[in-house]
Write a protein that binds this ligand. Structure first.
Ligand SMILES: [Zn+2]
Length: 323
């Protein structure tokens, strides 16, 4: 086994030994890393690239502000726009949620332009540049979107080529999302331990789950970790995501989120893959790569902390090491 084989056995086929052309520092190149759950309005995005994050997905913000933002090239930003929720539903009842980050779905109307209709609200997010549509399914903060409205949202989003992602919380909400064809979950389900048949069904329909384990403590954290481990073992697609802006964590690749995922059973190359999946976009940001300095850990246990030292570099600065 060559050194390259050993490296790629640990980190996956996208990993390569490199050095920086100018400084000569040695390390490992990986594809650009993505945080699949952030809230840009609540964070300072300037340090993200120096701390390894090349792309982010904003999962709940004012669509007008998002569409008007000045766009630095890195981090590349994709977004959902506003949460679509039932009148009075989550997160409109939350003190942290500013006006503009949710829209009340007042009918399941499929006619374009119907006031407060499901189609109208999907169209609004899409016109403001959304790459994914986010719905709120929170049974612990009723009312919840009714199934007809959910179906209408999903139908319109899919017509427009956009996936639908749900915040699920409370009894039965994960089942509702899976049975109605929601494409992704913004958080690993944390408020109930899911039965194996439901987890297998989620994996079989190729649902994606954004991890966000480290925002939880206690029972919620234990349930989320158990659900995520079972989902990964069933072949489900896990995406790294931190919910950055929820709570007070530093911007950048989060070693503590990665440790929680590792402890849940998503390790080595599988862990790296959760960071490099460009979903909901088709391709990673171009022209940049991830550089992780220093020697590669001897085993998977060291990978979360090692990835926590990653930074974004121009691809052309990386020179392959001979092997
Ligand atoms: Zn969030």
């Amino acid at each position: 086994m060559t050194d390259l084989d050993a490296l790629q056995a640990l980190l996956g086929p996208t990993a390569h030994p490199v050095h920086l052309a100018l400084e000569g520092e040695h390390g490992t190149a990986l594809p650009p890393l993505v945080d699949h759950h952030v809230h840009l309005a609540l964070i300072d995005e300037a340090p993200l690239a120096a701390r390894g994050v090349a792309a982010v997905i904003d999962l709940g913000g004012d669509p007008v502000a998002l569409a008007q933002r000045v766009r630095p090239a890195i981090p590349r930003v994709a977004y959902a726009g506003a949460f679509l929720t039932a009148p009075g539903g989550y997160p409109s009842d939350r003190p942290w949620a500013p006006d503009g980050i949710w829209r009340e779905v007042r009918s399941a109307a499929r006619a374009a332009g119907a006031p407060g209709g499901a189609t109208t609200l999907v169209d609004e997010q899409a016109e403001f540049g959304a790459s994914v549509i986010k719905v709120s399914l929170n049974a612990d903060a009723e009312p919840v979107l009714d199934a007809d409205a959910l179906d209408a949202i999903i139908a319109r989003a899919h017509e427009r080529g956009l996936p639908v992602l749900a915040h699920v919380e409370g009894a039965g909400m994960t089942r509702l999302a899976i049975e109605h064809g929601v494409d992704a979950l913004a958080h690993t389900p944390f408020s109930e331990l899911l039965p194996p048949d439901l987890i297998h069904r989620a994996a079989a329909v190729r649902q994606r789950w954004v991890s966000t384990l480290d925002i939880h403590e206690g029972e919620d954290r234990a349930r989320a970790a158990a659900n995520l481990g079972a989902f990964a073992r069933a072949g489900g697609t896990v995406l790294y995501g931190t919910d950055l802006g929820n709570g007070d964590r530093p911007p950048g690749v989060s070693a503590s989120e990665l440790r929680a995922m590792h402890d849940a059973g998503i390790q080595g190359a599988a862990l790296v893959a959760t960071l490099t999946d460009p979903w909901p976009l088709a391709t990673p940001p171009s022209g940049v790569a991830t550089f992780v300095p220093g020697p590669v850990p001897a085993g998977a246990d060291g990978i979360p902390d090692w990835l926590g030292t990653a930074r974004v570099v121009p691809r052309e600065e990386l020179t392959p090491d001979p092997h």
